[in-house]
Design a protein around this ligand. Structure first.
Ligand SMILES: Nc1ncnc2c1ncn2[C@@H]1O[C@H](COP(=O)(O)OP(=O)(O)O)[C@@H](O)[C@H]1O
Ligand SMILES: [Mg+2]
Length: 325
């Protein structure tokens, strides 16, 4: 064989060898990078990791939360520290509440009538400011910002933290005008933009299909369940981050209740939801975390599974098993 051909073959072999080494190196470094990312993700989610709440707040493990794969979504939304609430001088309605509310999760508060659930809910959007004899002490932060700081505009806060009440309360206006009401107050005038907001909000609230052909009809013509979804859509139109639901199904029939519960599971993909309910089965069905309240105090808060199957406190066990309440 001529020397020149041997040389060419040798050169080709060297080239193949070099390529092989290069490809192996790339694969190996990629694998290491992937492993490092995996480890970081695990560390962040471990108790005490970066995505966990501070130790003095109620410690709950986000790993149990359903359908939550994004590490970002495990972060804290509200932190409540040493919250006390008084009506006048004699009624100490909330006593030393410390809790952490997780972003894009459903947190429910259960407890007997008069234990302070609604009072607590109203603290998250400062609705108690409207009650003259009500005094709130302690600290509530939303992503680290104290919501009771004098620099915080309560009206702006309420558009970020929307609220839905026990009884649906649509305005006596058209379906369209109910949803467009908030955005119009924010000086959104263009019909095209309002149309988009109305459609998007009604879709999110699971009401678009039922109403798209009668947007100009009076909202009071809708059924109770539809009115409650309309009110949820009205809150969504303000682009909130949190939805507070105060016994949202207590005035509804079982079918409408089920529709709202299914809607809550959909809504948590986009919003953080805090719900007050006296219906334990509802809390068990819809929420990731549950807090049990008794006479103004938070007895126990944990993942919903733990609260209903293995609560720490005797009082919680008595309540969830129906021995008390
Ligand atoms: N606007 C108010 N003015 C005075 N007292 C109130 C007011 N709202 C609630 N309370 C009192 O605060 C306590 C807790 O009530 P509430 O938060 O409504 O409980 P729940 O929602 O668990 O039924 C009760 O004693 C109730 O009477
Ligand atoms: Mg209430």
């Amino acid at each position: 064989m001529p020397k020149f051909t041997i040389l060419l073959i040798l050169l080709a072999l060297v080239k193949i060898g070099l390529c092989h080494i290069f490809v192996t190196y790339k694969l190996y470094s990629g694998l290491i990078k992937f492993k490092i990312l995996e480890n970081m993700r695990e560390l962040k989610n471990k108790p005490g990791g970066r995505n966990q709440s501070s130790s003095r707040l109620v410690n709950i493990t986000p790993a149990i939360v359903n359908n939550q794969n994004d590490v970002e979504d495990f972060s804290e939304c509200f932190a409540v520290e040493d919250l006390n609430l008084y009506y006048g001088t004699s009624n100490h309605a909330l006593v030393d509440i410390n809790i952490s509310i997780r972003k894009k999760c459903v947190t429910s508060f259960i407890g007997a009538s008069g234990c302070g659930k609604s009072s607590l809910l109203r603290c998250f959007n400062r609705l108690n400011d409207m009650i003259p004899e009500c005094r709130v002490e302690g600290r509530i932060t939303l992503h680290g910002t104290d919501i009771n700081d004098p620099s915080i505009d309560a009206v702006a806060l309420r558009s970020k933290v929307g609220m839905v009440f026990q009884k649906p309360n649509p305005f006596p206006k058209s379906i369209y005008d109910n949803i467009a009401f908030g955005p119009r107050l924010l000086a959104i005038k263009k019909k095209r933009i309002l149309d988009e907001i109305v459609e998007k909000s009604l879709i999110s609230a699971g009401l678009w299909k039922e109403t798209k052909d009668r947007l100009q009809r009076n909202a009071l013509e809708l059924s109770g369940g539809q009115q409650q979804r309309l009110v949820i859509a009205r809150a969504i139109a303000l682009d909130p981050e949190v939805l507070l639901l105060d016994e949202p199904t207590s005035s509804l029939d079982p079918i409408s209740t089920l529709t709202i519960e299914q809607l809550i599971s959909e809504l948590k993909k986009e919003f953080t939801i805090i719900i007050v309910t006296h219906n334990m089965q509802q809390a068990a069905r819809v929420s990731d975390f549950t807090g049990f309240m008794h006479m103004g105090a938070l007895v126990e808060m944990n993942s919903t599974d733990v609260i209903f199957t293995n609560p720490r406190e005797r009082k919680t066990e008595d309540y969830v098993t129906g021995r008390y309440g």
